[in-house]
Design a protein around this ligand. Structure first.
Ligand SMILES: Cc1ncc(COP(=O)(O)O)c(C=O)c1O
Length: 399
């Protein structure tokens, strides 16, 4: 049995210092009195389901934050992705370029349409889709005929590209967008984790044709379960809204449904929580930035790589990720911390290794595999009773 790495006890003490909880979760929501007030108000209004002022209000608030012209609230991030893809015209048997480093929801949304994912490698420094890997894959495997791009081997249309802003850290989306434009491929951003993250001054999720955010309980702000479609395209917005509300058309006192739609509208009661949570976003971002600085300083002093925002981008620091030297070290850190009630987690199992995607088409994935062997997600919540001064003093005491 090998020894634990030297830094581990100090890292455990640091995490305990930041969180001061018995059971330290990976990412817990922070819910306060104001959240309760909004929820009670919603219950009192009797509008707890798919109609109500909170849903519209929540959509408007997310529009204001992200700068997206249109926002459509859904029951979760996966349904937002599903709707985004149908809206963009992805069809059965199309192929969708995505990354193997992601949460399964990304690929589920592709599979719901009976389209096929193609796994592209990620960059080590963003853990998000590598433009170079994307370019290489297309140059080698795709051909353009008229306005469509085909996979030379399968003969299927490669219709869209679905990169993820992994852990809230912005992908190289400008470069990816350029490649998509060259190949006439739709760009759908999986911004599930990246509310509050920017590339330059532009919010993640506003670069592509359409995108999706998640408000699951583990995200930077939560509606319990919830999601949002973002787009600047009016036709897409109208279609997304129609499809996510069971394709319902009001005719006087009658409703008709003019195609097969989805019952994906976010309930008002979840949106009420969203409206209250959104008012905390700036404070959550500030706290997370400070925790990132604490971890980053520790990692630098101990020569450990740590996921950090690239120059010219701003991350919401949703989930912190350190990179162990090798797989053994990763396992030791995971075992020891979890035994001490500090929840740490390895990277998701790579999508191309899951039974449903084991035969999927893929690029060479050396970085994805390298990261799978080494990445450890550290506790990333905003601390309960967050106090800026306390976190600053923890940061200053790291030597
Ligand atoms: C990258 C990514 N994509 C999609 C989703 C799906 O979101 P949800 O869980 O709200 O369906 C999540 C989050 O859970 C995610 O992290």
């Amino acid at each position: 049995m090998k020894n634990n790495p030297q830094y581990l006890n100090r890292l455990i003490n640091l995490i305990k210092d930041i969180y001061k909880e018995k059971n330290i979760q990976l990412h817990r929501p922070i819910l306060n009195k104001n959240d309760q007030k909004f929820l009670v108000d919603c219950v009192k209004s009797n509008y707890v389901s798919s109609v109500g002022m909170y849903v519209n209000d929540f959509e408007k608030k997310i529009s204001d934050i992200t700068g997206a012209k249109y926002t459509i609230a859904t029951v979760n991030g996966t349904s937002a992705l599903h709707i985004a893809m149908i809206t963009c015209g992805i069809e059965r048997n199309n192929e969708v370029l995505t990354q193997s480093v992601t949460f399964v929801g990304t690929c589920n949304a592709i599979s719901y349409i009976k389209a096929h994912p193609i796994f592209i490698d990620v960059d080590k420094d963003t853990m998000s889709m590598s433009p170079l890997s994307l370019k290489k894959f297309l140059n080698k495997n795709a051909k353009k005929i008229k306005n469509l791009t085909y996979n030379k081997k399968t003969g299927r249309v490669i219709r869209a590209c679905l990169p993820v802003h992994t852990f809230g850290f912005p992908a190289r989306i400008r470069e990816i967008k350029k490649i998509c434009k060259e190949w006439n491929i739709k760009l759908i951003e999986d911004a599930a984790e990246s509310l509050g993250s920017y590339i330059g001054k532009k919010h993640t999720g506003t670069y592509g044709d359409i995108s999706a955010i998640s408000f699951n309980g583990n995200k930077i702000i939560t509606t319990g379960g919830g999601g949002m479609v973002l787009t600047n395209n009016r036709n897409y917005a109208e279609r997304a809204r129609h499809l996510s509300t069971t394709a319902r058309i009001k005719q006087g006192y009658e409703y008709i449904h003019d195609e097969i739609g989805y019952n994906y509208r976010l309930p008002n009661i979840n949106a009420a929580l969203g409206c209250s949570q959104v008012s905390m976003l700036d404070e959550f971002l500030e706290a997370k930035l400070l925790i990132h600085e604490i971890y980053a300083r520790f990692m630098e002093l101990n020569n450990i790589s740590f996921l950090s925002e690239r120059k010219g981008t701003k991350s919401n620091n949703w989930l912190f990720a350190m990179i162990a030297s090798n797989e053994d070290e990763k396992k030791m850190v995971l075992d020891t911390t979890n035994k001490k009630s500090i929840m740490t987690r390895p990277l998701w199992k790579l999508m191309h290794k899951l039974p449903m995607y084991k035969n999927a088409i893929k690029a060479q994935l050396p970085n994805s595999i390298w990261l799978e062997d080494r990445v450890i997600n550290l506790p990333s919540s905003v601390p309960i009773n967050y106090n800026k001064k306390i976190l600053e003093s923890i940061k200053n005491e790291i030597t």
